[in-house]
Design a protein around this ligand. Structure first.
Ligand code: ZN
Length: 295
């Protein structure tokens, strides 16, 4: 009898120890895996900053995009800055009415539906002013540049931002003409007159992320230039945003009609839990453009 009691009492702690050991082993493996993947897709030579707005400047940001959902790329940064008390205005030149409907609404109702989705996103990201214009989606190249630049100028004069976030003026992320023209017109306006704007930040990606996108994103495969010289501008600053993972995931999901395309800017986001995904893709990248008014 005494023998049996002894066996039972030694077996249990033993099993517990082995189980804990196995759990611990897999946790360590996961941490190593995250660190390796994180190192694989990021460029650690790019300076990580806490914010994009200097402490002494008015904490006001204007983000200018072409379509509802373009903000996904920098959603972590926007939410992080909003939480820090930055007043954010977000401007969209089109309603995105030419995009895929996700089989959720008829094409003629897509513009209205995406406007609704954008209002939800503005709540998630704590965007204070949302402006959505009705320039034709996919058709900015047919519009008078002076008219679009006037819209941009008015938004700058009204919101008086210290910084502007927009597309690059070289490629438009992957060669989309609406994106490219948005970046180009914003820069042209600021070169003429920077108003209150101290710095322009163009959304961009580091080379390892571009290389990964070229392997797994259809859009990048089809449209990104083959010659690296023609590619995106090199980032000069990164913002860490793993702390904003929940909100970024919520933004991606709020663009309900766009489920077929969000994978292009967030590859594999629907295959990996968000808290893990944004520990790997834990930073958003920008190129800081110096303006004439910059002291
Ligand atoms: Zn877009």
């Amino acid at each position: 009898m005494g023998q049996t009691i002894l066996n039972k009492s030694t077996k249990k702690p033993m099993l517990l120890k082995i189980s804990l050991g196995i759990i611990f082993f897999f946790l360590i493996l996961m941490v190593i895996g995250i660190a390796l993947l994180n190192g694989y897709i990021n460029d650690k030579s790019i300076t990580v900053e806490e914010t994009l707005i200097s402490k002494g400047d008015p904490q006001k940001l204007l983000a200018i995009f072409a379509h509802p959902d373009d903000e996904i790329m920098v959603a972590g940064t926007l939410h992080k800055l909003a939480e820090d008390g930055v007043d954010i205005t977000s401007l969209y030149l089109t309603r995105g009415e030419a995009g895929p409907t996700g089989n959720l609404v008829p094409q003629e109702k897509l513009g209205a539906e995406r406007t609704k989705e954008m209002k939800e996103v503005a709540k998630i990201l704590e965007i204070n002013q949302l402006q959505i214009f009705d320039y034709p989606d996919g058709g900015l190249q047919n519009e008078d540049p002076a008219v679009i630049k006037k819209t941009i100028t008015k938004a700058i004069q009204k919101s008086k931002p210290s910084i502007i976030i927009t597309f690059d003026d070289k490629l438009g992320l992957y060669g989309h003409s609406d994106h490219l023209l948005t970046g180009k017109y914003v820069k042209e306006v600021l070169v003429d007159d920077a108003y209150t704007v101290r710095h322009l930040y163009q959304m961009t990606l580091p080379q390892p992320m571009i290389d990964t996108a070229l392997k797994i994103s259809t859009t990048f495969k089809e449209r990104y230039p083959k010659n690296p010289e023609d590619g995106l501008p090199k980032p000069t600053v990164a913002i860490k945003m793993a702390s904003e993972a929940k909100e970024k995931k919520a933004v991606v999901e709020a663009h309900k009609t766009q489920w077929q395309v969000t994978g292009d800017v967030q590859p594999l986001h629907d295959k990996i839990p968000y808290w893990l995904y944004y520990r790997i893709f834990d930073r958003e990248y920008f190129t800081k453009v110096e303006l004439n008014s910059t002291p």
